[in-house]
Each structure stands twice: as structure tokens, then as C-alpha cells.
Write a protein that binds this ligand. Sequence first.
Ligand code: SAM
Length: 245
Amino acid sequence: MKIRVLTLFPEMIEPFFSSSIMKRAVKKGIVEYEIINFRDFANNAYNKVDDLPYGGGAGMVIMPDALSLALESIGAKGKRVIFPTPSGRLFTQQDAQRLKEEDELVFICGHYEGIDQRVIDEYVSDEFSIGDYVLTSGETASIVIIDAVFRLIDGVINKDSLSCESFNDKLLEYPQYTRSLRYCSNSVPDVLLSGNHAGITNWRDEMRLKKTMQFRPDMLSDASLSIKMRRKLINITDKEFLEDL
Ligand code: SAM
């Protein structure tokens, strides 16, 4: 996959591509990247890329000129061009699954109050919000989306690690434990030390349901649970109901 990031702050993006698992994916040739500073396309005396909003209001807006020249230089029209913005649709794991199939992704990092709407109308295929809060810039939001996508590409990380993760089957992941056996006064659940694989799977399934009920009950209504899992869920809710009495 080729990833291109258009930004005014390349120094915020570069470390992500040259660290950890992404660094390995780049080295293996699974991911290629290009960071483009669209200020380089400004053709005015001060390389100015932003101006006051028409209609008044606080802050600055990124002008269309330099940004669209940068987009033209990579033939962005018709490509998957993503603009992370708080006013976009909420980005989810399903979007990450869909985007990992693309050969090329282009990201536009907004700054200040955002970018001129005409650039969005002309080039952008997806406007994604990464959550209900406002960041100072699109660099961090782009990195979040790139991270969620590239780790799903074949060969980036072990397939087994992806097979039971939060959001698979619309459930959250079970709690994880590792050495040491003793930590503070908390012990590791006995079943995980029992060697009983059926027991471990049963405990993990129960924990996935409990965690989802606790933190993301909204996901349960969409989850396509097997009859076995539905029975477990009924058991858990019955137990909690009785405990509350
Ligand atoms: N004026 C914009 C608004 O109220 O919707 C906020 C602009 S924000 C200060 C600057 C840039 O940060 C945005 O253009 C966008 O690229 C990025 N950004 C901020 N919050 C974001 C979020 N929740 N999801 C995705 N991108 C975000």
C-alpha cells in the first residue's frame, strides 16, 4: 500500500513511519510512504497557505491554492483521499477493514480552523472523525487512521493476533494476564493456569460479554452472537439482576 500524507508539519508524521511495527512494514516493502509539505506549493511571497474565513469568525482557514496544486502533483482525483475532521463520519474498525484493501491512500492534514470546503468537494472521498473531541491538527488524526489500517494488511502482524481483538464480532476483548504470578495482592484467575482449554475459552467469552456490557452496551445490539454466546449473555444479565435485588 502506498500512503501519501499532505501536511504542513512533516516532522509530526515522519517518526510514525520510522518507528516500531510501521518501520518494519516499510522495510519489508508492505507499505510505501510519501510525506508532502503542501507549503512547498505556495506561490506567494511568504509561502502563505492560510487566510481569514469569509463571513468572519475566529481563526484561519487553509486556502485551496497550494493544497490543490499538491493534490494535482500526485494525481489525487479519483483516488481514496481522506480528510480527517471532527465534522466527518465516525471512523470505525469496519472502515479500517475496508481501507486495507486499497492500493493507495492519500491523507490531507487540516490545521487551524480547517480547509476550504471547495478542496473537500473537489478531491476528498472520505471525511472521518476519530472521536467526539477537537484536536489541534489532522496529523495526529491521520496517524490514528493509518495505524488502524496498515496493521490489518497481510504480513504486517501475526494473523493470530488479529483473530480475537476488540470489535471482532462487535465485542470487546477479554482481560489479559502474564508473568509474574504475584502482583500486588491481585492474583491471576485460576482458570488461566488450569491448562483446561475449554474452560479458558468459556471464561474469555464470558469476560468479552461482561466488558462489552460494562463499557459498550451500544455494541451488543448489533452483535451477531451464536446461540451459545446468547445463552451466556442471558446468564450474566440474570445473575447481575439477581445480585441487584
Ligand atoms: N473548526 C473545526 C471544527 O470545529 O470542526 C476544527 C478544526 S481542528 C482545530 C484542526 C484540524 O484538526 C481539523 O481540520 C482536522 O483535520 C483535525 N481534527 C481535529 N479534531 C479531529 C477529530 N476529532 N477527528 C479527525 N480530525 C480532527
